[in-house]
Design a protein around this ligand. Structure first.
Ligand SMILES: [Mn+2]
Length: 424
């Protein structure tokens, strides 16, 4: 493990907007009959009109409605039972040492990705409809998971139980599947199994994912901190072979998978999707090159860069990982991409920064153009605040409509009852 250095996520110092987000309003449940109680859109509008918009405090220009105000949802008992069952099955499979389904190999890319997107190196660009591709109907986003099996399962259950969810929708994981919470192995096993089953799941590389390393001489390591998962994998050398072998093979297949995973999506309605940020201004000439998506110095900003929630500009410090962009730097990139792609990005959905409320809509100079979401249902050890459950956040995208974040209200006692013991 390489200790604190460039690219390390600062513990508990998540950047905040000018105005803190007030807690989401308590949901007024409406049984949708599908196991999830929801809050109808009309209530969101009335919240907005009353002037007490709960999430998008300091939106700046209120005419720029890129992201919907927050909507909170409560799980019905049936959904909670399904998540608990799935969670317990996954845990006992891991304990039994037979929980191994490797990540798909590079050559096994599902055909739906190529039907829907063009690859520009590590970047996916939604195909033009003139090419005959079916337009993307709806995409769902899951933010950072960080070894929280319950958060991942709750997010997946929530999305799949939405009335608007269709089988051809895609679910995008915004990266950072591992580290921090105790169940990185279980999270990877869950994701790899779903990928092998050909679910329409897209995993985008996060900084913790790409930082995990393996070599025959030294075993596992990580160029990020915290890196609990690589430590856990190293400790397994002391364990019996059946347990060790399964975890090590899963982790090595993940490393290979992530080394070829997309780092960003560009959707034709102007939405950028990535874990961190976008290439900084010093990369403009390289972004204009044909092979831009193959250049690590360009695409690493999608994984590592941060978007400063208040700044207009930040200096592009060349050669470091944790570069920061302000709103004007972001817009400079969108201008360049507009020329390059023929459509101009206007908004972004991402993870990377950890927020106690598990979502943040950037106001001030950003004018609501950026949504950050996390899907951890528990406080991370490096986060400040009261220890215990959090409400994970997911988001829904439909072309040319505001992105809709959903805070999934989990029963606190239920969540606490699913807290795993130490894996070691
Ligand atoms: Mn993260």
């Amino acid at each position: 493990m390489i200790p604190d250095g460039p690219g390390v996520e600062p513990a508990g110092t998540t950047p905040r907007p000018d105005v803190g987000l007030s807690p989401p309003p308590s949901p007024v449940p409406h049984d949708s009959g599908d196991g999830v109680t929801t809050k109808p859109a009309s209530e969101l509008c009335s919240t907005e009109q009353s002037g007490s918009r709960p999430a998008a405090a300091d939106q700046g220009d209120s005419t720029t409605n890129h992201v919907d105000p927050i909507s909170t949802h409560t799980f019905a008992p049936g959904a909670l039972t399904r998540v608990r069952d799935r969670c317990e099955r996954r845990r006992s499979a891991t304990k039994g040492g037979n929980d191994f389904c490797p990540f798909p190999t590079v050559t096994a890319k599902p055909s739906w990705i190529d039907q829907q997107f063009d690859w520009q190196g590590r970047v996916l660009v939604e195909k033009d409809q003139q090419s005959g591709a079916k337009p993307l109907g709806c995409a769902w986003f899951i933010g950072d998971v960080h070894g929280d099996l319950v958060g991942l399962l709750a997010a997946l259950e929530f999305i799949r139980s939405q009335k608007e969810y269709r089988d051809h929708d895609i679910i995008v994981l915004l990266g950072d599947l591992i580290d921090d919470l105790a169940e990185s192995h279980e999270v990877l096993a869950e994701v790899s199994e779903r990928l092998q089953r050909d679910e329409r799941l897209l995993v985008i590389a996060g900084n913790h994912d790409v930082a995990l390393e393996y070599c025959d001489e030294r075993g596992f390591g990580a160029s990020v901190d915290p890196s609990d998962f690589s430590r856990y994998l190293q400790q397994l050398w002391e364990c019996e072979e059946s347990i060790r072998e399964v975890s090590h093979r899963l982790a090595r297949s993940f490393i290979e998978y992530i080394a070829n995973a997309p780092v960003a999506l560009f959707l034709r309605d102007g939405t950028i999707v990535a874990h961190g940020g976008v290439p900084h201004t010093d990369m403009t000439q390289k972004v204009l090159q044909e092979n831009w998506g193959e250049l690590p110095e360009v695409w690493s900003d999608f994984i590592w860069a941060r978007l400063h929630p208040r700044a207009k500009r930040r200096i592009a410090v060349t050669g470091t990982r944790s570069r920061e962009l302000g709103a004007a730097d972001f817009h400079a990139f969108t201008e360049v991409m507009g020329t390059k792609l023929g459509f101009k990005p206007t908004r972004m959905i991402r993870g990377h920064d950890h927020i106690d409320e598990r979502f943040e809509i950037y106001g001030g100079p950003w004018k609501g153009a950026v949504l950050t979401i996390n899907s951890m249902s528990w406080k991370l050890p490096r986060e400040i605040g009261v220890d215990g459950p959090r409400d994970p956040c997911v988001a829904q995208w439909r072309p040319n409509e505001p992105i809709q974040p959903y805070v999934i209200k989990l029963d606190r006692a239920w969540r606490a009852g699913l807290q795993p013991g130490s894996l070691a």
